[in-house]
Design a protein around this ligand. Structure first.
Ligand code: ZN
Ligand code: FE
Length: 240
C-alpha cells in the first residue's frame, strides 16, 4: 500500500491510499476535487472510493466533483449529508473495503458529533481526520471534553507502531504549545526541534505514530479529563 498526502487549501492534507496490486486508489477527506484528480492522473491511478471522516467542508468539499469525474462511491458518516450525497453511510464497527483492504469504522464524536475514524488493522494505520493531530487534538466544536479525551485514549491504546494520518499540518503550532505545557519533557523538546527543521524545509510532519503521541502529545498524556479540559482551554487562547 502506498499512502500519498495531497496538500490543499492552507494546511489540509487529503490522503490517497493506493493498492498497486489491484489498481485501486481511495481518497480520504477531499477538501477540493481538482488537486486530487491532478495528483491521481499524474500517477496514472484510478480513484475507486471517496471517504470522509466528518462533515466539515474542508473534508467533503471535493466529494461531488471527484464522483462526477470518476464515479467512485462516497463512504461517510451520516452527518456528511449536510454537504454531499453519501452512497454508504457508516457507523461504529462497520467494516469497509478500501483499495482492497479492510478498515473498521470508529465513532469518535467531539470535533463534530458524527466524526469517525477508519482503522486498517492489517496495515497498522488509522485515519483520524480532525480528532487527533500530531502533538495536538481537534477543537471541540460539537461535543464534550469527556468525549474527546476518550477518543484520544482509544487511539493511543492501539499498538505503538500504528501510523496516524491527520487532516491538517498543525504540528509546529502544536509542538510549541506542547513545550509550553510540558517544559520538562525532553521528547517534546526534541520533537519541537525536529518539526521546526522539517517545516523550515517545507516538508510534511505526518503521519505520526502512537508511540510518538504517547511520548509528546500533552492531550494524550493528560492523566484525567479535568486536566485534558484545562489544556484544551489553554490551547484555544495560546499564542506561540
Ligand atoms: Zn474539521
Ligand atoms: Fe479540518
Amino acid at each position: 500500500m502506498e499512502i500519498v498526502a495531497v496538500p490543499v487549501l492552507t494546511d489540509n492534507y487529503v490522503w490517497l491510499i493506493h493498492n498497486a496490486e489491484i489498481g485501486e486508489t481511495a481518497v480520504v477527506d477531499p477538501s477540493v476535487a481538482d488537486p486530487v484528480l491532478e495528483a491521481t492522473a499524474a500517477r496514472g491511478w484510478r480513484l475507486t472510493q471517496i471517504l470522509n471522516t466528518h462533515w466539515h467542508p474542508d473534508h467533503t468539499g471535493g466529494n461531488q466533483g471527484i464522483q462526477t469525474a470518476t464515479g467512485a462511491p462516497i463512504i461517510a458518516p451520516a452527518e456528511a449529508e449536510r454537504v454531499s450525497k453519501v452512497d454508504h453511510i457508516v457507523r461504529e464497527g462497520d467494516r469497509v473495503t478500501v483499495a482492497g483492504r479492510e478498515a473498521v469504522v470508529w465513532e469518535i464524536p467531539a470535533h463534530t458529533n458524527g466524526h469517525i475514524a477508519y482503522y486498517f488493522e492489517g496495515e497498522g494505520m488509522i485515519f483520524v481526520g480532525d480528532t487527533m493531530f500530531a502533538m495536538g487534538c481537534g477543537r471541540l466544536f460539537e461535543g464534550t471534553a469527556e468525549q474527546m479525551y476518550r477518543n484520544l485514549r482509544r487511539i493511543a491504546a492501539l499498538p505503538e507502531d500504528v501510523h496516524i494520518y491527520c487532516g491538517h499540518e498543525y504540528t509546529l503550532a502544536n509542538a510549541r504549545f506542547a513545550a509550553h505545557a510540558e517544559p520538562d519533557n525532553d521528547a517534546t523538546a526534541d520533537r519541537l526541534a525536529a518539526v521546526s527543521a522539517l517545516r523550515d524545509e517545507g516538508k510534511i510532519t505526518l503521519p505520526t505514530t502512537v508511540a510518538q503521541e504517547l511520548a509528546t502529545n500533552p492531550f494524550v498524556r493528560a492523566p484525567n479529563v479535568e486536566e485534558f479540559a484545562r489544556l484544551r482551554r489553554d490551547k484555544d487562547s495560546f499564542r506561540s
